[in-house]
Design a protein around this ligand. Structure first.
Ligand SMILES: Nc1nc2c(ncn2[C@@H]2O[C@H](COP(=O)(O)OP(=O)(O)OP(=O)(O)O)[C@@H](O)[C@H]2O)c(=O)[nH]1
Length: 420
């Protein structure tokens, strides 16, 4: 149940209690007091009438008394009956019979002695119809009740509005601002900073929110810094990983990575001997001449270009590495000796055909390639590479620019494809 409902209920209960108190305890005495005033008026008037008829009665001038009492009855319609009795109780006025009023007419009977003697010379009795006085008293009560009710209503409305504007609305506004704050909105409207407690609360809330916003900005900046740092570290890690596995000049895999790949391939072959891998070891021929003639930069350029030339001759899945200097290796998955030899010849031929131009000089180089196959009987990474290297050295010895098989492989008919 909201504050507004609770407060409205409280006001209704208070209003009902107050109106009940007014109705039962304050208004009735007012009505009785009004009736008492009316009764006093009648009593005073009766006393004056008694004094007025005293001389005539002392002179036994009853005609004059009658005339006076008739006139008084005429002037006072609420005096329903005026009677004059002798001290002995004999009716002197009126001569007609006494009237008994019905119970539904509120009658007040007043009596006044005539003269100053004791016993009096007569008793004047009047039956006053109090209907109109009671009606006036009731109207007075109703008007008073209505006026007080209206006054109370106005007061309650004023109090309700004050509470609504000064307490409930500012509190509701702060609740909304707090909820938005949870969602990261630091700019929801707040109540004005009044000098009362609610204003102080709003001010304290605004100060707290400002601190939180600054803290939030700091944390966000710190977080962004951490993220940037993490991205940098990730990049550095990737770069380090790349550097650890690649050759800086050509971008090919380096010797260590090739050894790792050969190791993996050996594991696979040993697990499944039907899998085939061939390994080429390539040493460029007469590369030193480029270095010596044009310098190392030219040699570097040639190494990069020859890398592209050879790459075009191999497949996507082949593992191409630079072993160092002018030495390269290619691990060929799903290749037996024959297929490997075909690729090796292709590579050898492409290198042989390639012309390197530098400073208006033209160089023709070649490549000596040794080929071996990975088998379940291979003794390990080093041994496989040594086999391919030895075959390469054999190609050098046999005149360069050719492909030679490892000694233990028996494969006839592979002849040099060009001359240096
Ligand atoms: N430009 C350049 N030269 C290099 C690099 N690494 C090694 N070398 C040079 O490459 C040459 C390789 O020597 P060799 O293989 O004996 O030279 P070659 O002329 O190819 O001799 P053969 O193989 O017998 O034909 C050496 O002179 C090294 O100094 C490199 O990264 N850049």
């Amino acid at each position: 149940m909201g504050l507004r409902t609770k407060f409205t209920l409280l006001l209704v209960v208070l209003a009902c209690s107050f109106m009940a108190y007014i109705h039962y305890l304050v208004i009735p005495p007012v009505g009785e007091r009004a009736l008492g005033i009316a009764e006093s008026g009648h009593r005073a008037h009766l006393q004056l009438t008694a004094e007025a008829i005293t001389p005539s009665l002392l002179e036994s001038d009853l005609a004059k008394v009658y005339e006076l009492l008739n006139a008084i009855r005429y002037d006072n319609p609420s005096w329903r009956q005026v009677e004059l009795y002798s001290p002995g109780g004999a009716r002197l006025y009126p001569l007609a019979e006494h009237v008994d009023f019905t119970d539904d007419i509120p009658i007040l009977i007043l009596e006044a002695p005539v003269g100053f003697l004791k016993p009096p010379i007569a008793n004047l009795v009047v039956s006053v119809d109090m209907s109109s006085s009671i009606g006036i008293a009731q109207e007075l009560e109703a008007s008073l009740l209505l006026a007080l009710g209206l006054l109370l209503l106005v007061l309650l409305v004023v109090v309700w509005c004050e509470v609504e504007w000064l307490i409930r609305r500012p509190l509701a506004q702060m609740v909304l601002a707090a909820r938005k704050l949870i969602k990261g909105d630091f700019h929801a409207a707040l109540p004005l900073r009044n000098s009362d407690e609610i204003g102080e609360l709003a001010g304290a809330f605004a100060d707290m929110r400002a601190v939180m916003e600054r803290h939030h900005i700091d944390v966000a900046a710190e977080l962004e810094q951490q993220r940037a740092h993490a991205r940098l570290l990730q990049l550095e890690k990737l770069r380090a990983e790349f550097d650890a596995t690649h050759d800086v000049l050509t971008g090919l895999l380096n010797r260590r990575e090739l050894e790792r790949q050969v190791s993996i391939a050996l594991d696979q072959v040993q697990a499944d001997p039907s899998k085939r891998y061939a390994l080429l070891f390539i040493d460029l021929d007469h590369f030193k001449a480029v270095n010596d003639s044009c310098g190392h930069l030219a040699g570097d350029q040639l190494l990069c270009e020859i890398t592209s030339v050879m790459r075009r001759r191999i497949r996507e899945q082949d593992v191409f590495a630079r072993m160092g200097g002018d030495e390269f290796a290619i691990l060929l998955p799903r290749c037996d000796v024959k297929a490997g030899a075909r690729i090796a010849h292709d590579v050898c031929w492409s290198v042989f055909q390639y012309c390197f131009e530098y400073d208006q000089q033209i160089f023709r180089i070649g490549s000596s390639i040794g080929l071996t196959e990975l088998t379940a009987n291979s003794m390990g990474v080093e041994q496989v590479i040594v086999e391919a290297d030895a075959a390469c050295y054999k190609a050098k010895r046999k005149g360069r620019n050719r492909v030679e098989l490892a000694d233990h492989l028996e494969c006839a008919g592979i002849a040099p494809i060009g001359k240096d």
